[in-house]
Design a protein around this ligand. Sequence first.
Ligand code: MSP
Length: 458
Amino acid sequence: MRSTFYITTAIFYANGPLHIGHCYESVLADSLARYHRARGARVHLLTGTDEHGMKIERKAAAAGRPPQAWVDEIAGAVRHVSDRLGISYDDFIRTSEPRHVTAVQAIFTRLWEQGDIYLDQYEGWYCHYDETFWPAGRVLPGDLCPQCSRPLEWTREPTYKFRLSKYASAIAALLVRPGFVVPESRCNEMLAFVRQGLDDIAVSRTTVAWGIPVPFDPAHTIYVWIDALSNYITALGYGTADSTLYRTFWPADLHVVGKDIARFHAVIWPALLLALGEPVPAGILGHGWLNVGGEKISKSRGNTVDPLPLIERYGVDAVRYYLLREMPFGPDGNYSEEGLVHRTNTDLANDLGNLLSRTTMMIDKFVRGVVPAPGAGDGVLEAATAQAVRAVEQHMERLQPADALAALFRLVSRANKYIEEQSPWSLAKKPAEAERLGGVPAGTQIRRGAPLFPRIQE
Ligand code: MSP
């Protein structure tokens, strides 16, 4: 068992509110954090917002707002959704906070002083949307971005570069470490990419004003990935007078990120840490995307789903349950409101709700609302429960809450079936058998209330 567990979500771009896909990531990380807390570990769950860069600068300008005012508002909205979703985060980092800005500048200066960062020229294809330079070989016909299919711009400017190439073999060695990147299919993609060799990467821009200035050359702004990735350690006070949290929690046990940014986490991030002489994270979970109507969620397709009305209508437990239960491990999953309603009705209202209401009803009716002392039962439910607990542990250790929930709901079905087999309503009529009605902590006073998960009209 672990004594500490440090887990992070990606930091969300402050260019709009969170949609249901982002929420999946938060709920996934939160379920793992809660699991480890329940197991007694000291857990630190970090989430937050990624607030710099051209995309956000442009968004703020389009909204007629100064960038800081814009990101303040979006960060507030992201925090609000995280709270409504029940994300039990221990810290929420914003990359425009002084604690982050100062630490990133120190990291950049140190890498420059030790020769891992050098001044160069960059000329090439750049995607403003993804804030990524693309090698000519990856550019799609029509000079389009291989990731988002938007038009690329040919860019030429002085830039500081990070010597990523120097770390290629160290990264390849990391990638073969079991569990470093999961699922394995994603890890294999990374390995194939790294084995082609790694180029040094641009880490500053002179054409973006909204960001952290390079301290020794303020015409340059630190390019998003050094800024963004560092959040995982700046939030712990890395390099500051008080690095207690850093010493307690680093290296991270798990970075939970989507497949689109797994590469940055599995390649650039460990290289930066190796350059800083710091340990690398233990694991990176590159989850699939939650699509809507089989398509990637995007504003331009108009298929974004706002989680707040769903939480309002169906309750936070139903939304969380649906997200965790429906998403497969690795591949993309699909969201639909009908699916959410159906899952809620079948699993929560019918199976779990039925079990709860029958149990409380029987305690209320047969033993006047007081849970009797456990009787000498046949051990069937005890055995099924112990088996479910083992299965949940195994699945959660493998980062698969969907399977953990499936195991739990097998127990719920078994318990429902058990009640039918035992028909306690007939036992209650025979005083000699009354002892067998036990099985839950004795003396607990049970009151029946409204159903936890009322059925929803489908
Ligand atoms: N700011 C960067 C991450 C920097 S981490 C040092 C970023 N932000 S994002 O807002 O675009 O995405 C945040 C996270 O949400 C990413 O892990 C991304 O993969 C995830 N998702 C975005 N859309 C998603 C779905 N439709 N489904 C599941 N995850 C989704 O990337």
